[in-house]
Design a protein around this ligand. Structure first.
Ligand SMILES: C[S@@+](CC[C@H](N)C(=O)[O-])C[C@H]1O[C@@H](n2cnc3c(N)ncnc32)[C@H](O)[C@@H]1O
Length: 287
């Protein structure tokens, strides 16, 4: 049997709706996410050469955790534009930055694949765990290139392979099984691991027109007290998993969560629960 053709518009509508729904959950776990991604985020901002006075584009900014770090780094003489497909999560980003007393930012709802910003006007363009969710990541990278001044830097963070991210891989496979769906190609467009295939993201950066493309592998273990803490985050915030389970009734969803709980317990121990995660940090320059 042939697979149905991929419907990018329907996929995008589903992504927006699901992230609107999980916006509060993602935002509510900011402290956990910040700790999980602290090293990777610092490295991404360094590699993008973001400094005082920089003009920065943040793609798929979510509720703005990394936007806040950027806005703090660039100071009052810099500017950051946070963009995202989901209006609900971007509203939270605006609220969070305003609450922190920052005024050097703007937010604009925008599909990463159709970036509509001033050409050649940014010093840096970054995306933390965003570009992999685009079914056409090349379009997002082309838009980032177009936004940059000559010599401007881009940096993205995405998940690497399912093998190196066993908790995420487990969540996805258990969700698919309970939804009655066949095991999916983990590298399919728009999925969590879509850019994890070694060499793929570098090729996409080069095809978009970037120079000096380099990828670094970063270990980003997710450490919490218990499996329940990790699943609490996933159940409220992990849109790709929630999107798969959305059509199931309460009992069938409960069965899926129970199996995930059991499968993830092996990452727990005397010192709490730590799920291994591996990210790819890719940086490049606009010639
Ligand atoms: C895993 S969250 C990351 C959010 C934020 N960058 C962070 O690291 O906290 C993924 C974000 O990508 C956004 N997103 C997914 N597809 C998108 C697209 N095509 N264009 C723009 N944003 C998109 C979602 O709405 C969500 O806010």
């Amino acid at each position: 049997m042939m697979d149905a053709p991929f419907d990018a518009a329907a996929f995008k509508a589903g992504t927006r709706m699901q992230w609107d729904k999980s916006a509060a959950g993602w935002d509510g776990h900011t402290t956990m996410i910040r700790q999980w991604l602290a090293v990777a985020t610092g490295a991404m901002l360094d590699m993008a050469a973001i400094r005082e006075g920089s003009h920065v584009l943040d793609v798929a900014a979510g509720s703005g955790d990394q936007t806040l770090e950027i806005a703090t780094r660039i100071g009052p003489s810099g500017r950051v534009l946070a963009t995202d497909l989901s209006p609900a999560i971007l509203d939270l980003a605006a609220r969070n930055l305003a609450r922190a007393g920052l005024a050097n930012f703007a937010t604009r709802v925008m599909d990463a694949e159709e970036l509509d910003v001033e050409s050649r006007s940014y010093d840096a363009a970054i995306s933390r765990l965003g570009v992999m969710l685009c079914p056409d990541p090349g379009a997002a990278l082309s838009g980032m290139l177009e936004a940059l001044k000559s010599g401007g830097r881009a940096a993205t963070l995405v998940f690497s392979t399912p093998q190196a991210n066993p908790c995420v891989a487990t969540l996805m496979s258990v969700a698919l099984k309970h939804a009655g769906l066949p095991p999916a190609d983990p590298f399919r467009p728009g999925s969590l691991f879509s850019l994890g295939k070694p060499g793929l993201i570098d090729d996409l950066f080069r095809k978009a027109g970037f120079a000096d493309v380099a990828t670094t592998v970063i270990s980003a273990p997710f450490s919490v007290v218990s499996t329940a803490d990790y699943l609490g985050f996933i159940r409220t915030s992990a849109s790709p998993v929630l999107q798969i389970l959305a059509g199931l009734d309460g009992n069938r969803q409960a069965a899926a969560w129970a199996e995930m709980d059991e499968a993830l317990d092996r990452f727990g121990g005397e010192n709490g629960w730590t799920g291994p995660n591996e990210l790819l940090l890719t940086c490049a320059t606009r010639p």
